[in-house]
Design a protein around this ligand. Structure first.
Ligand code: ADP
Ligand code: MG
Length: 462
């Protein structure tokens, strides 16, 4: 599984930086482990020289493209020195010297390759995401059928198509599959995939650099526009305005538009009413959590495409160890297959148990935002409506900050998700809350104890 991703990654780097760079540096490196839970990828370099060169020249390139292929934001890259071949007690030998390449500030003048990367690949359609490798079950059949139908006659049937559902259930996969399929059927059509947050950034830069006409022309000239995670446009009034005009221009000339979002259009907060009604004027369809059988089918298909056959009992075990998120399901499969191959063991139920049960009780339900809310209500008497409101009296603000702190600590949600959940607040507000609560904890032992008690109660409650 990870092997396939690394191969894809090398192909992209070859296109970006040329085959000499790949042959000299990247071919020597291998993907040692992918920890999807902590979003850390561990790479193995054969010696200090390669490790240092990669870390000083190609960090951003790795984060960008590997992050895209693994479908995570803010991927952390850990470069290790060692060799996969040398085995000691069944484990790969890895040097103690580990450097962690956290998101670094770009010095583009020093690295022209990165600059090229940003402009060229921001809208790339991922050729790995196709209809053929999208497993259909009752949870997603309508969304898939609609997505496939529009590729027959883009702009005619369901326009716009709006697909919503919680994270990790295949929305992005379907958007790319639409793009790939339309391109296969008609090479001439121009298809543009863009995430809404990148759209926002692009718009801001267009204003800054006085390129607004170019920006509008770019979007208005496409035949098919695929906008992922449209909810991130909320509370951005100017961007919404610009998008509204783009939408109208495309819609009026019968160009196909597809949106994905984590909620139903009516539930997206901070969205201008006229845009909201545009989003839902075509077909709105959802994807929900897959049933066990669909999860098993997905696992088997993923394993098969990587030339592994997954015994039934193993597939069922992995499927039932992950609640509902397909991204996590893939992560679990990757952990199991990578562990088997790195330790030269066959895939077995015992091995899967060892790997999955060891990784911090992943068979348990994870804490989510609502779980935290229940305890904020218990301890501070504020309910979700209060927490989401604009009100900012002292007690309420404090309870909201505690909620943000616990949400960040106990769930896997991003700062942005947390801010959105608590009334569409900006991620910087969440950062400020984390800071504030940490300061309070270090200055007040009693409060620290109270937080610990809340944490363990929340964990036990799920
Ligand atoms: P979302 O955009 O809804 O958060 P993604 O499209 O990124 O979810 O899906 C997460 C991962 O799960 C991707 O690697 C995707 O290929 C995979 N996936 C989701 N649904 C399916 C499916 N029905 N069949 C196969 N793979 C799937
Ligand atoms: Mg997505």
């Amino acid at each position: 599984m990870t092997h396939g991703i690394w191969e894809d990654f090398l192909k992209i780097i070859k296109e970006e930086a040329g085959s000499r760079v790949v042959d000299t540096w990247f071919k020597a490196v291998s993907l040692y482990q992918w920890d999807s839970f902590n979003k850390v990828v561990y790479l193995l370099a054969p010696n200090t020289f390669v490790k240092d060169w990669i870390s000083s020249n190609y960090v951003e390139l790795i984060r960008l493209h590997l992050g895209r292929l693994l479908n995570v934001e803010n991927l952390k890259v850990v470069l290790m020195e060692g060799s996969k071949q040398k085995k000691k007690h069944g484990e790969a030998v890895v040097d103690e010297k580990i450097i962690c390449l956290v998101p670094a500030k770009l010095d583009r003048s020093k690295n022209p390759i990165v600059k090229k990367t940003y402009s060229k690949y921001r809208c790339r359609i991922n050729s790995n995401y196709k209809f053929e490798n999208f497993v259909v079950g009752p949870s997603n059949s309508l969304a898939k059928a609609a997505a496939q139908a529009i590729t027959e006659k883009p702009g005619v049937l369901y326009n716009p198509l709006f697909i919503y559902g919680v994270s990790g259930l295949g929305k992005t996969h379907l958007l790319h599959a639409i793009g790939n399929s339309i391109k296969e059927k008609n090479k001439e059509l121009s298809v543009l995939y863009q995430t809404a947050d990148r759209f926002v950034n692009e718009f801001i830069n267009a204003i800054r650099f006085d390129k607004i006409h170019k920006f509008q022309a770019k979007y208005q000239s496409v035949d098919v526009l695929l906008v992922d995670d449209i909810q991130f446009i909320s509370n951005k009034e100017q961007t919404q305005e610009a998008f509204f005009h783009i939408f109208n221009a495309l819609y009026d000339s019968h160009k196909q538009i597809v949106f994905s979002s984590d909620t139903f259009p009516q539930d997206i907060k901070g969205l201008a009413e006229r845009l909201r009604s545009r989003l839902s004027c075509g077909l709105v369809t959802d994807i929900h959590s897959p049933a066990l059988e669909t999860k098993v089918a997905i696992l088997k298909k993923k394993a098969h495409s990587n030339n592994e056959e997954l015994p039934d009992e193993l597939a069922y075990f992995i499927a039932s160890s992950v609640e509902s998120n397909i991204r996590e399901l893939e992560g679990a499969l990757i952990r199991v297959t990578a562990f088997a191959s790195l330790t030269n063991q066959p895939l077995s139920l015992e091995l899967a148990k060892k790997v999955l049960l060891r990784s911090e009780g992943r068979n348990q339900k994870a804490v989510d935002l609502e779980d935290v809310i229940r305890f904020i209500h218990k301890y501070y008497s504020f309910n979700v409506k209060d927490l989401r409101s604009k009100k900012r009296n002292k007690e309420l603000s404090f309870a909201r900050q505690v909620a943000m702190f616990l949400m960040k600590k106990l769930t896997e949600r991003s700062l942005r998700d947390i801010g959105m959940f608590l009334g569409g607040r900006d991620h910087s507000t969440v950062v400020h809350a984390l800071d504030k609560i940490e300061k309070n904890v270090s200055g007040d032992k009693c409060f620290g104890k109270l937080l610990k008690r809340m944490e363990s109660e929340i964990r036990r409650s799920v």
